[in-house]
Ligand binder design. Structure first.
Ligand code: F0G
Length: 356
């Protein structure tokens, strides 16, 4: 079957009317990949990774953005705007162009991964680097979109959350039920809010008879939801979730409490270790923020939480190619230089014995 994109496939669950353009870059329908080695080591019954990096712009943001941009188009808007740690801006820029709209993005200066910046620039967005952090950028975007004819496409736009909830639907359809635990990174907290809404909606419609526990993980230096108060100066290697005052604060707390789940913090070291583990052991290359879900699950495994029976789904929110700097920096000194001669390569590799 040809995948029609989420607006068409999940139309009955989305605010799609006869007037809504069925915009698509064939987002959604991302794979749920079973772990090979990790699930045994962590004593988890079944561990799956939902690889959202397979979306057209390389992150889960495309699910919400396609809905937000389609509705903006339907409503006759001409300019859209967002604050972003990078992925939202990449997605907004791509879908805005697809729909023939202009796009303005505000990013925290110097704190956005190169891949994401290149996307926003290539799609012709107007890119403003704010000399501040994401929270400053979002405050300014809220002001501009409230006072000028510019449509806001951050996740405080309800259409974003509507689109993003479709990932929960896909988890249920693939597993033919819900996992015991759904783990995901938390930054501005739109995604955890969206997944919880999606699971609850399928539950209410009788598509599943259970609900998962929601496990959200923030970076230690940017964990306002764990501390219970905003963080003035958030810091983490996972720039995507470097956020001190999440817009969907209440949604995240409701998802945690209603599901009987938790929101915890993981260190930058734990995040990078999980990122390398995914790459080396599972063949999955994700950006640092995305590895926070597995970092959290590994932490819970160390605390002795699992009994070998649980089904756990880790959401991998964005592709590793988004942030090539971090990947290369972690592997410094590993590239071996060699003369352009066959014998030199044979010698360097230490190859011996008969040729076949
Ligand atoms: N993972 C990645 C790769 C992200 O880009 C984000 C958020 C998150 C996780 C956290 O999701 O904000 O819904 O809790 N990125 C936003 C952006 C803030 O601007 O691209 P959240």
């Amino acid at each position: 079957m040809r995948w029609p994109g989420i607006l068409a496939y999940f139309a009955e669950y989305l605010p799609v009317t006869a007037a809504t353009p069925l915009l698509t870059l064939e987002e959604g329908n991302t794979p749920l990949i079973r772990s090979t080695s990790l699930e045994k080591r962590l004593r988890i019954g079944a561990l799956f990774f939902k690889f959202e990096g397979m979306n057209p712009t390389g992150s889960f943001k495309d699910r919400g953005m396609v809905v937000a941009i389609a509705k903006a188009k339907e409503e006759g808007k001409e300019v859209v705007m967002c604050a972003s740690t990078g992925n939202t801006s990449a997605s907004a820029a791509a879908y805005a162009r697809r729909a023939g709209l202009s796009c303005i993005v505000l990013i925290p200066q110097g704190k956005i991964a190169l891949g994401k910046l290149s996307q926003a620039l290539m799609h012709g967005a107007r890119v403003l680097a704010v000399r501040g952090n994401f929270d400053d950028a979002l405050r300014i975007v809220r002001f501009i979109t409230a006072n000028y004819p510019v449509a806001l496409v951050n996740s405080i736009n309800p259409y974003r959350i509507e689109g993003q909830k479709t990932a929960a639907f896909e988890v249920v359809e693939w597993l033919e039920g819900v996992p015991d635990i759904l783990a995901l990174p938390v930054g501005n907290a739109g995604n955890i809010t969206a997944y919880w809404r999606g699971f609850k909606e399928f539950f209410e419609r009788g598509k599943t008879r259970a609900l998962p526990k929601m496990f959200g993980f923030q970076a230690e230096g940017a964990c306002p939801l764990v501390l219970g108060r905003p963080v003035e100066n958030p810091q983490t290697v996972a720039t995507a979730i470097r956020i001190g005052n999440p817009a969907s604060w209440k949604g995240a707390i409701a998802a945690r409490d209603e599901s009987g789940g938790l929101i915890d913090a993981v260190s930058d070291e734990e995040i990078l270790l999980a990122q390398r583990t995914l790459a080396e052991e599972e063949g999955l290359f994700v950006e640092p923020a995305s590895a926070a879900s597995l970092a959290g699950v590994m932490k819970k495994a160390r605390e002795g939480m699992f009994r070998g029976k649980e089904t756990v789904v880790c959401i991998l929110t964005g592709h590793g190619l988004k942030d090539p700097d971090i990947a290369v920096r972690q592997n410094e000194g590993k590239i071996e230089e060699v003369e352009p001669r066959e014998e030199a390569v044979v010698e360097l590799l230490g190859l011996r014995g008969e040729r076949p």
